[in-house]
Each structure stands twice: as C-alpha cells, then as structure tokens.
Design a protein around this ligand. Structure first.
Ligand SMILES: NC(=O)c1ccc[n+]([C@@H]2O[C@H](COP(=O)([O-])OP(=O)(O)OC[C@H]3O[C@@H](n4cnc5c(N)ncnc54)[C@H](OP(=O)(O)O)[C@@H]3O)[C@@H](O)[C@H]2O)c1
Length: 288
C-alpha cells in the first residue's frame, strides 16, 4: 500500500512539530512546511529521530508570500502526485509586535499568513488532494474567539490599515476568517471525498523563548497562563485524530475542540451571507 502523504505548515515548532512526530510515527510521509531553513532542518532531524521514520521532508514556504507559496507548491508537485492530508497549522502571532508588518507583496502579515496563505495553498494543491482516495484538509483556529463573540471580519479593512493596529485584533480576525473558510470550502467540496474541518485550539503551552522582545510583564503573564495550558503533544492528538481516524472519514465542515468533540462557532461565522461576503473579499487577494 502507498504511504499516505501529509503536508503540515509550521511543523518546526509547538503543536505542528508534535503533530508531525505523531503522524510520522503512524508511518505517514510527513512534509513540514517551514519558512526558516535552519529551524526547519533542526525540526526535521528531531521528527525523524523521535518517530523513527526517515520519510519526513522539509518544504521551505513563507505563508505570508504568494510567490513563496507558488514556489513551494511547484517543489511539492515535482516529488508528489497525491496529497492525502493538508494541515494549515502555521500562524503569525508575534505577541511582542506593536506595529503592523507587511509582506513582500505589501499585505499585513497576520492576515496574509493566517488566512490568505492557507486559502491559496489549498487552491494550488486541490488536484493532488483530489487524487487521494479521501483527502483531508484541516484548518486551525483559536478558542480565544469565545472572548470575541460579536467579532466580524472587516470587509473594507481586513488588514487594519485604517484602524488602530493590535496584533491580537489582527490575529482573531484571521482565525475567524479561517472558520468561515472551512464552512465555505466544505460546502464547495461536498460532492467529493475531500473533507474540510477546523480545530479550535485551546490554551497550549508556548515556547516563550521564541519571543525575546516581549516585556517582563508579558513574560510573567505567559508564565502564569502556562500553568493552565495543555501540552503541544496533547493538542496535537486532535490533529492526528482528524488527519487519520476512520471515524471522521465522512465528517466535513465541523469545528473540533481538544477533546475531539464538535463545538459551535459564533452565529456570525455560520451565516451563509456573511461567509459569502468574507470569501468574496478573500478571493480578491488570491493571485493564482
Ligand atoms: N498555543 C496556543 O495557546 C494557541 C491557541 C490558539 C490557537 N493556536 C494556534 O495553533 C497553531 C500552532 O500554534 P503553536 O502554539 O504551536 O505556535 P508556534 O510554536 O509559535 O508555531 C507557529 C508556527 O508557525 C510558523 N510560522 C509563522 N509564520 C509563518 C510564515 N509566514 N510562514 C510559514 N510558517 C510560519 C512558525 O515558524 P517560525 O519558527 O519560523 O516562526 C512556527 O513553526 C497556530 O495556528 C496558532 O494560531 C495556538
């Protein structure tokens, strides 16, 4: 039997790396999509060592850049004809950032990385996903959205160019857009074997050393928060479940928590008119 192939973005750190190890342990050919060669290579070695699976690959990809995504997809296609599992795990959430950053293509990086990048990457890999007997697309959102029940995607200014910037605002908006994208795409693919589900990631321990510029207050806050966090490995179990379990073979358009239960998202995120508007605006960014 052919080994299944999984591409997971942000596979060099945190939950993405933990999920890559679990999936490789199951004999899946895992490709970690990373933007930094040094961090990616170090993670590649660790994933191979821990999983005892040599079939792990590194794909260089910067999700904030459509040029980089296209280059990475071409590199993927030169080696693989089928993609069974695509996990959109990478996210830009630099908690020390005070002002917006813009990608090489002049798009605010949180919006570009967390929402536009995954939409383009899926679009470009759709033929390979459809070659799988049962392709699975997994998007990643955040439990923190519960604290913003009335949040909407700003159709006029999704990059927060005209409003006061905060990385938190940009982040939650991008994660809300990913939930809506999940519903939209699952509907589009409903007559195919390809499923699309979203994970509501809970409070998971982060590696605070990844943010050398954060203030002492923030550092203390995260240290307290980490006492109530679950491990990346525990959270990754939901990724692995959705990526591999026969139980969810025909489940699509759902939102899952860390206990593998389906949960519901805000009323706004489920409204068909709003979904259409958000995806209409999203598609104006996509340059296939
Ligand atoms: N931890 C939590 O409490 C929590 C809560 C809710 C949701 N989540 C979600 O869970 C997912 C995993 O988070 P985590 O806690 O494991 O965070 P993490 O350790 O910071 O991992 C984030 C990953 O995304 C990558 N990344 C960032 N920008 C990128 C870009 N432009 N192109 C390619 N890769 C990029 C990072 O690569 P570099 O190493 O190069 O930076 C890193 O590998 C994210 O989608 C996050 O939003 C986490």
């Amino acid at each position: 039997m052919r080994d299944k192939v999984c591409l997971i973005t942000g596979g060099n750190s945190g939950i993405g790396k933990a999920a890559a190890i679990q999936l490789a342990q199951l004999g899946i050919k895992v490709i970690i999509g990373c933007r930094n060669e040094e961090r990616g290579s170090a993670a590649l070695k660790e994933i191979k060592d821990k999983s005892k699976n040599e079939h792990v690959e590194l794909l260089l990809i910067d999700l904030s850049s459509q040029t980089s995504i296209k280059k990475a997809v071409n590199a993927f296609k030169s080696k693989h004809k089928v993609l069974d599992i695509l996990i959109h795990n990478a996210a830009d959430f630099d908690i020390s950032r005070k002002t917006p950053q813009f990608s090489k293509e002049d798009v605010e990086t949180v919006w570009a990385t967390n929402h536009i990048g995954p939409v383009l990457l899926t679009e470009l890999l759709m033929d390979e996903l459809r070659q799988s007997e049962q392709g699975r697309i997994i998007t990643v959102s955040s439990q923190g959205l519960i604290m913003h029940p009335f949040l909407k995607v700003d159709l006029e200014d999704p990059e927060l160019r005209e409003r006061k910037y905060s990385v938190e605002k940009a982040y939650y908006q991008s994660k809300l857009a990913q939930v809506m994208y999940t519903y939209w795409l699952s509907e589009k693919l409903k007559d195919t074997p390809v499923t699309v589900n979203c994970i509501r990631v809970t409070n998971v321990k982060i590696d605070i050393d990844r943010y050398p510029d954060i203030s002492g207050v923030m550092k203390r806050m995260y240290s307290v928060k980490s006492r109530f966090s679950i491990s990346p490995e525990k959270m990754a179990e939901t990724y692995t479940y959705l990526a591999t379990s026969p139980e969810v073979e025909h489940v699509t358009g759902k939102y899952f928590n860390e206990k593998r239960e389906t949960v519901s998202s805000s009323n706004y995120s489920q409204n068909q008119d709003d979904i259409r508007e958000v995806m209409g605006m999203t598609m104006k960014y996509i340059r296939v």
